[in-house]
Design a binder for this molecule. Structure first.
Ligand SMILES: C[S@@+](CC[C@H](N)C(=O)[O-])C[C@H]1O[C@@H](n2cnc3c(N)ncnc32)[C@H](O)[C@@H]1O
Length: 154
């Protein structure tokens, strides 16, 4: 079931999210509700991370797959078509979100159960209710990026 509409994170904001996540080459990034795949593609292309996007909408999955193929990133970037609540993300070093506050609230128990200490959760515009961010970035006009570090917010 979709718990957020498709709205793209602007590229400049996506780059800043990756910057704030401190994702490193070889680390694993998940984008929950990956839309057209821009975050998972940038993480692999610009940083050399491995990434997985999970997306319900078939048209967006196809769009992302076409771009991943065009950029020859198939060895680094994976797309799962489905509900992110059904996918285990315990190997994540970084999770990116652009959903809603209520979606983040519903995701919180899954994130707490599956993520390892030191994993970073980076959320565009919406807080994870009940968690304390380690940083809040709002220098890109009209956008706020919340950074959380698992093990530090509880
Ligand atoms: C606001 S868009 C963000 C897209 C992308 N992450 C970005 O930042 O550009 C949210 C996406 O989440 C997807 N979505 C919503 N609920 C979902 C669910 N339960 N499982 C997988 N994808 C979902 C929507 O189809 C939409 O593409």
């Amino acid at each position: 079931m979709s718990i957020a509409p498709f709205v793209q994170t602007p590229l400049e904001v996506a780059k800043k999210m990756l910057d704030l996540s401190q994702v490193r080459p070889g680390e694993m990034l998940y984008d929950l509700g990956c839309g057209d795949g821009r975050l998972i593609i940038l993480a692999a292309k610009d940083i050399g991370a491995k990434s997985t996007g999970i997306e319900l909408r078939e048209d967006l999955v196809e769009r992302a797959k076409t771009e991943i193929k065009r950029l020859n990133l198939e060895d680094k970037v994976k797309i799962v078509q489905g509900n992110f609540f059904d996918v285990n993300i315990s190997d994540a070093d970084v999770v990116t979100l652009y959903l809603t506050s209520s979606a983040n609230e519903r995701l919180r128990p899954k994130l707490e159960a599956e993520l390892k200490a030191g994993a970073r959760v980076i959320s565009h515009d919406f807080k994870v209710p009940g968690w304390k961010p380690s940083a809040v970035y709002n220098e890109l006009l009209g956008h706020t990026i919340y950074t959380y570090r698992v093990g530090e917010q509880l």
